[in-house]
Design a protein around this ligand. Sequence first.
Ligand code: AHR
Length: 305
Amino acid sequence: GFAFVSLTAVVAAAEKKLTVGFAQTGAESAWRTANTNSMKTEADKRGINLKFADGQGQLENQIRAVRSFVTQRVDVIVIAPIKTTGWDNVLREAKRAKIPVVIMDRQIETTDETLFHCFVGSNFYEEGQMAVEWLAKNRDERTKIVELQGTPGSAAANDRRKAFADGLAKHSDLKIIDSQSGDFSRAKGKEVMEAFLKKHGKAIEIVYAHNDDMALGAIQAIEEAGLKPGKDIIIVSVDAIKEAVQAVADGKISVTVECNPLFGPKIYDTIDKILKGEKVERVSYNKDELFDSTNAAARVSTREY
Ligand code: AHR
């Protein structure tokens, strides 16, 4: 009868809905929160059924989540990998189940390039280059740097570190006097900066933070030590979250290189193409810019994250 037909139609419509499994790193930073929101809001807009797994900063959690997406036979798997390595086995399982995998935000190292379909995210090496080139031009006489690294083993930390070191090699007076991980978090950034200040005192002239949350944590530590961030110490950072661009306008952060997290729409466009059998770029980078005293005040109100 009628009721039976309409129920079947409802079930069929529900079955047609695209299901995407998304293994997120965690919620370590403001950048990450904005990225998660972009993925969720855009899924809602498009009527996509998004299965969201928060890895809470642990690679094992993420791998377990991906394995469960395979078991659930989702249509596509999206991974923002906490670390670059450790993915081969679970990606092989996804491949065997014929589920396409999109790696996003952070790249991975694998022995078999057929284990994922494509990558979408920022070019972290270029971000590190922009940071070091800005510093080389704007450092006045200052030379001694402390580095706040991101999560050990993450592409974001690896590439931002490497690019910066490569850039420093061209300026032999500039030196990293200490370097430690603050895990991309504000609390740990502050903690590590406090330790650096205790150990090196006024010798510290420049801070290079791999993200804004750590830079903002470092600023607190610097102020609590009675120094003026942005004046006594140059602060170079990455992400360009609104709060950091405001800190640039206020003169507390010297420069922040953008890393745009709002690429949910681009991810789902890519997924559409994959499912239609269309060709997509193997590696697609987002466009990032830079904020310093020349443009921060004018641009801060337009920042969306
Ligand atoms: O992978 C991107 C990095 O991860 C962002 O720069 C940082 O804020 C985030 O936690």
